[in-house]
Design a protein around this ligand. Structure first.
Ligand SMILES: Cc1cc2nc3c(=O)[nH]c(=O)nc-3n(C[C@H](O)[C@H](O)[C@H](O)COP(=O)(O)OP(=O)(O)OC[C@H]3O[C@@H](n4cnc5c(N)ncnc54)[C@H](O)[C@@H]3O)c2cc1C
Length: 567
């Protein structure tokens, strides 16, 4: 019996569970870990795959949020910068500093609008000049003055800025340069949070493709989306971490809430070597003529650019559409007018839904990115409280999980046993940081296992310090000509091996092929999920997951449909 069947059978026989978490995005998975570490048993269910929501569709910035300062969100920006700095250490395998340039076309521009927004007026921001931006960057540097993990900001005059980046729009007066951070394998970090939770506490469980289907007396009925079977659990607390779906998930519990005001945001991934060269390892953070702040940054040999911000009623309908593609190409032309992007260079698009709190504002950019916990107390029909996690950023997931866990611990009258501020996540444990340490790690592991240095470097980038365990399994396999890790390279993705894909399929809750290419790896994100690659992956994963040839074909078709480009 596999983990999924065992877990469902366990809850059918033992329906009492202290905490039921709905939603396996970064906030739900972080809460599962936080509770596990305090010795609290919890069951997390996601109606789709883990990380299928906003957490796999973000801009991948681990950032303070410069523009939120205009909205007087000093506490949010401070918390975000502190969490960013923690992630630079705790998730050093995936989170790294990102040098960022802001083109500025005036000295004092936007000052009046910034002041009006600061005073509480819900108006669209104007183009910000050197002075307001300098104020924000000074605040950034001030917050981290005692625990500096990134260099301080500086302003570069027009001539020097254009010398460094000749493709930049020529009407700038200066650029501001500062550092935030970015995350490579955001999806894998969430899977690692689940693995860490299960490792810390055998009573923690997580099931994807399971959703609530109403109440049965004091119990919540959960439906397995893969088989249609149901199981009822009796929680003491339900945490609704369903992101943009919070109100819809509450409806599944018979509750009518109106907490959310989601917006969709799309990104393009482009394969354009000239743009990559122009960016020279840094992000450009620029304002479009309509006031919207956009970003473009190099990502693992490709370039990610985005995003849009459009109100949406039903998060399940969110798709990147053709006008959004056009809009993003137009915004780039505004800042780097001489860089031409052909349509066939767009290798992937993705669209996510921001779980913003409900707001009357017509200007989505000024809606707070802060978070709150909304609690509905038990009543005579429903013996458990429902805590909804509303809003938030990727960057602040640990803080939000900590605050939610504290509220739950108070309810369960249990003490906090440990804190997670300084606790590494997954392959972030003992992960080599910086060029020197990385080189030493790669040379040592390659020397001890016989894998090439290039291969160990790839594994380190994907799995952090856990790459060493895999490399040792591969060495044992090579010695015995059998075992867990067959290092035969894939034909269509030669930097992945057959054993590596088998391991992911066997150990990381994969139910569908798109789970593997979209949320256990960045194969799809980098535009590498071609039909031949998907067919080969379906055969390798299918051998582990028991997919016959008809199922493999169906999985390839499902993945291709998920990855279809807008037209
Ligand atoms: C375009 C865009 C760009 C962004 N950029 C950044 C950025 O650069 N930096 C940053 O810090 N933040 C960014 N964010 C915000 C960040 O991505 C989100 O705040 C964060 O991912 C929210 O995580 P979550 O776990 O609350 O929600 P989600 O990741 O959306 O997870 C919710 C989960 O709940 C599941 N679910 C839904 N209904 C049910 C149900 N009834 N039962 C069980 N499960 C259910 C879904 O399948 C989903 O997996 C961005 C967001 C978007 C959309």
């Amino acid at each position: 019996m596999n983990y999924r069947e065992e877990t469902l059978r366990h809850y059918a026989a033992n329906p009492d569970v202290p905490v039921l978490i709905l939603g396996g995005g970064v906030n739900g998975t972080a809460l599962l870990r936080e509770l596990a570490l305090q010795g609290v048993n919890a069951l997390l269910v996601d109606k789709a795959d883990f990380v299928a929501g906003a957490s796999s569709k973000s801009s991948r910035m681990i950032h303070g949020g410069l523009r939120y300062l205009e909205n007087r969100e000093f506490a949010l920006v401070t918390e975000s910068i502190l969490e960013r700095n923690r992630l630079l250490t705790n998730a050093a395998h995936y989170v790294a500093p990102l040098k960022t340039a802001i083109p500025l076309t005036s000295w004092f521009g936007g000052l009046l609008r910034s002041m009006l927004i600061f005073a509480g007026f819900k108006i669209r921001p104007g183009e910000r000049g050197v002075v307001p931006v300098k104020f924000g960057l000074w605040f950034y540097d001030f917050v981290t003055r005692k625990n500096r993990k990134t260099p301080t900001h500086f302003i570069t005059g027009k001539a020097e800025a254009l010398r460094k980046m000749p493709a930049m729009r020529p009407d700038i007066v200066a650029t501001a340069t500062y550092w935030d951070a970015w995350i490579t394998e955001a999806e894998r970090l969430c899977i690692e949070l689940i693995q860490d939770a299960r490792c810390a506490n055998a009573g923690s469980n997580a099931l994807n493709y399971v959703r609530p289907r109403g109440l049965d007396g004091p119990a919540v009925v959960l439906e397995d989306q893969l088989t249609g079977q149901t199981v009822s659990v009796r929680p003491q607390v339900v945490v609704n971490a369903a992101g943009a779906w919070v109100d819809l998930a509450n409806r599944d519990l018979g509750l009518d809430t109106d907490y959310m005001g989601p917006t969709k945001g799309s990104h393009l991934v482009v394969d354009n070597p000239e743009l990559c060269r122009t960016l020279d390892g840094q992000m450009v953070y620029y304002q479009h003529a309509d006031g919207r702040v956009c970003i473009v940054f190099p990502f693992m040999g490709k370039v990610i650019m985005g995003s849009t911000d459009i109100r949406i009623a039903d998060p399940d309908t969110a798709r990147c559409d053709e006008p959004e593609v056009q809009y993003m190409l137009d915004t780039l032309r505004g800042v780097l007018p001489n860089v031409e992007i052909r349509r066939d260079q767009i290798v992937h698009v993705f669209c996510g839904v921001r779980p913003l709190q409900a707001s009357g504002s017509k200007v989505t950019a000024v809606v707070s990115r802060g978070h709150s916990i909304q609690t509905i107390e038990p009543d005579e029909r429903r013996p458990f409280a429902v805590m909804s996690l509303v809003g938030g950023k990727w960057t602040t997931f640990r803080a939000m999980a900590e605050q939610s866990a504290d509220a739950i611990l108070a309810r369960l009258a249990q003490p906090r046993k440990c804190r997670t501020d300084d606790m590494p996540i997954g392959g972030g444990h003992d992960c080599p940081v910086g060029d020197q340490q990385r080189k030493q790690f790669i040379a040592r592991v390659a020397g001890q296992t016989g894998l090439s240095e290039t291969r160990v470097a790839d594994l380190l980038t994907r799995y952090g310090s856990r790459s060493e365990t895999y490399a040792r399994q591969a060495a044992a396999h090579a010695a015995a000509a059998s075992g867990a890790a067959d290092e035969t390279p894939m034909k269509n993705l030669p930097d992945y091996s057959v054993g590596e894909i088998r391991r992911i399929a066997a150990e990381e809750y994969v139910q569908h092929l798109d789970d593997l290419v979209c949320r256990r790896s960045i194969i799809a994100l980098l535009g590498r999920a071609t039909e031949p690659a998907l067919t080969e992956l379906a055969a390798i994963a299918g051998a582990v997951l028991g997919w016959d040839s008809a199922r493999q074909v169906a999985e390839v078709a499902r993945a291709l449909a998920e990855l279809r480009m807008p037209s």
